[in-house]
Design a protein around this ligand. Structure first.
Ligand code: RM4
Ligand code: MN
Ligand code: MN
Length: 424
C-alpha cells in the first residue's frame, strides 16, 4: 500500500488550527522549544523486522491479518510507518528470519521508502532446519568446539549480509546459559564466549561496531552467560574499541536502576545501543512508555546529560531501536505508539533545566532536584513532538491517519487474512 503525500497534507491541513493553538502554548511553557524541535526532527528509531507481525507467547499466537509475507513487504510496512511519523527511517534485520536474497534490489526498495539498514542481528538461539549442530546447550559458549565454530560462522555470514545492505553494526544477543546449577562451568563458558566473540569481532569491517546485548534470564533460568551490564561490559572491554554494550529495557532483574546503568556505561564510553520496550514483570516487550513512562523519561534524562557531556551527536552516535512485539495490538499501531512514547520522553529530557539541576545538586537541595525533573516530565510536549513531525513531512496524528485511511484493512485486502510474518 502506498501512502500518497497529498493525503498526509490534507490530514495536516484539517488539524492545523488546533495544532497551532496547542503548539503556541507549549512553546510559551518550554524555554528551548525550537532547539528541541530540531533535535526531534533528526532523531530516528530503527524498526526491527520481527516486530511487524503479531508476536506470540509460548502459549500461542493470534495473527492479526495482512502481516508482511516477505522481507519486501516488511520494508513496505516500515516505509508506511516512516511516511506517517518521519522518525522510523531504518530497519534492523534478524538473520535468518529475513535473509536478503537480492541485496541490491532490497537496498533499492528500502531507499525508495527513505529507509536505511540499521544493525543486523544474528540468531543462535534457535536451531534452523538445515543446521548441522544444535544450540540446545548454547552457541558461543558451547563445550563443543564444532558448535562454537558453526555459531561464529553464522555471525560472519550475518556481517556479510549487513555489508551488502550498508549496515554498520552487528547486534549479538545470546540465549546461552544454563538451566540448572552445576550444568555449566561459569568460567569456561565465559572464556569460550569471549574467544568466539573475538573471532566475530575480527571479521567486522573497520567502520563497524559490535553491540553485545545482555539479559538476566530466559530462556535459560539458572544462569545467562551475558547476564547483566557488568558481564557485557567485561566482554566488550576486552574485545576492543568498537565493541559496546547494548541495553534492552526489558532485560533486567525487577526494579533495576536502568538510568544509572545507562549513565555509567555512557561515561565509560561503552554504551552502544538501545532496545526500547516496556515491561511490568520481565522481558514483556510491551509498547515503549506504556507501563513506566517516568522511568523512560529518567533514562532519557541520563542519555541526554551523558551524551552532551561527551559532545556526542544524539541522532547518530548511539544505535536506537525498538524491540517490542506482542499479542493483542496491531503491530503497526503498536510501533507508532512506541515511537511516540520514545519521542515524548526524549523531548521531556531535552527540556530539563540542566543548569538549575546542577545548582540544586551542588547544594544537595533534594526537593528542588525532584521539582526540576518532575516539572519537565509533567509538561505536555505532545504539540512539540507533532510539530517536529509536521516539519519533517509526517502526519500530525499518525495513528489517527492510519485508522482513517484504513491501512490495516488495505493490507489485509492486499495480502490476505491468514498471513504470518517470520519472527518469534
Ligand atoms: C531477545 C532479545 C533480542 C531479540 C530477540 C528476538 O529477547 O531482546 O534483542 O533479537 O529477543
Ligand atoms: Mn533486545
Ligand atoms: Mn528481549
Amino acid at each position: 500500500m502506498q501512502l500518497e503525500k497529498y493525503k498526509i497534507q490534507q490530514h495536516n491541513d484539517d488539524l492545523l488550527t488546533g495544532h497551532q493553538r496547542r503548539l503556541s502554548f507549549a512553546v510559551s511553557e518550554i524555554e528551548n522549544a525550537e532547539a528541541i524541535i530540531q533535535k526531534l526532527v533528526d532523531f530516528q528509531i530503527a524498526i526491527p523486522s520481527w516486530a511487524l507481525g503479531t508476536g506470540g507467547t509460548r502459549f500461542g499466537r493470534f495473527a492479526g491479518g495482512g502481516e508482511p509475507r516477505s522481507l519486501e513487504e516488511k520494508i513496505e510496512d516500515v516505509g508506511l510507518l516512516h511516511a506517517l511519523n518521519q522518525a522510523s527511517g531504518a530497519i534492523s534485520l534478524h538473520i535468518p528470519w529475513d535473509i536478503p536474497k537480492d541485496a541490491k534490489a532490497i537496498k533499492a526498495l528500502a531507499a525508495q521508502h527513505g529507509l536505511k539498514f540499521d544493525a543486523v542481528n544474528s540468531n543462535t538461539f534457535q536451531d534452523q532446519a538445515d543446521q548441522a549442530l544444535s544450540y540446545k546447550f548454547g552457541s558461543l559458549q558451547n563445550v563443543d568446539k564444532g558448535v562454537r565454530k558453526q555459531a561464529i560462522e553464522h555471525n560472519i555470514e550475518v556481517i556479510k549480509h549487513g555489508i551488502e545492505l550498508g549496515s554498520e553494526s552487528l547486534t549479538v544477543w545470546l540465549s546461552d546459559g544454563s538451566c540448572f546449577p552445576g550444568q555449566l562451568n561459569f568460567r569456561r563458558a565465559y572464556q569460550n564466549t569471549l574467544e568466539s566473540l573475538h573471532e566475530i569481532y575480527a571479521a567486522m569491517p573497520d567502520n563497524w561496531k559490535m553491540f553485545l546485548e545482555y539479559k538476566a534470564y530466559e530462556p535459560n533460568f539458572y544462569s545467562t552467560t551475558v547476564g547483566d551490564w557488568g558481564q557485557s561490559y567485561s566482554y566488550v572491554q576486552k574485545l576492543g574499541d568498537r565493541a559496546y554494550t547494548l541495553v534492552d529495557l526489558g532485560h533486567h532483574l525487577p526494579n533495576a536502576n536502568i538510568e544509572q546503568i545507562v549513565a555509567l556505561l555512557l561515561m565509560e564510553e561503552k554504551l552502544g545501543g538501545f532496545h526500547f520496550n516496556d515491561s511490568k514483570y520481565g522481558d514483556d516487550d510491551l509498547t515503549a512508555g506504556a507501563m513506566k513512562p517516568y522511568q523512560l523519561f529518567l533514562i532519557f534524562n541520563e542519555l541526554v546529560d551523558g551524551m552532551d557531556a561527551r559532545g556526542l551527536n544524539h541522532a547518530t552516535d548511539l544505535g536506537w531501536m525498538i524491540d517490542a512485539s506482542h499479542n493483542v495490538k496491531d503491530p503497526l499501531e503498536d510501533l507508532l505508539q512506541s515511537v511516540e512514547g520514545i519521542m515524548m520522553a526524549y523531548a521531556q529530557a531535552l527540556s530539563v533545566d540542566r543548569k538549575a539541576l546542577e545548582e540544586a545538586q551542588a547544594v544537595s537541595d533534594v526537593v528542588r532536584c525532584q521539582e526540576i525533573l518532575q516539572n519537565a516530565f509533567r509538561t505536555d510536549v505532545r504539540a512539540i513532538v507533532a510539530e517536529a513531525r509536521l516539519r519533517a513531512g509526517g502526519a500530525l496524528n499518525p495513528l489517527g491517519l492510519f485508522r482513517h485511511l484504513k491501512v490495516r484493512e488495505n493490507l489485509i485486502a492486499e495480502r490476505g487474512l491468514k498471513t504470518v510474518a517470520t519472527g518469534l
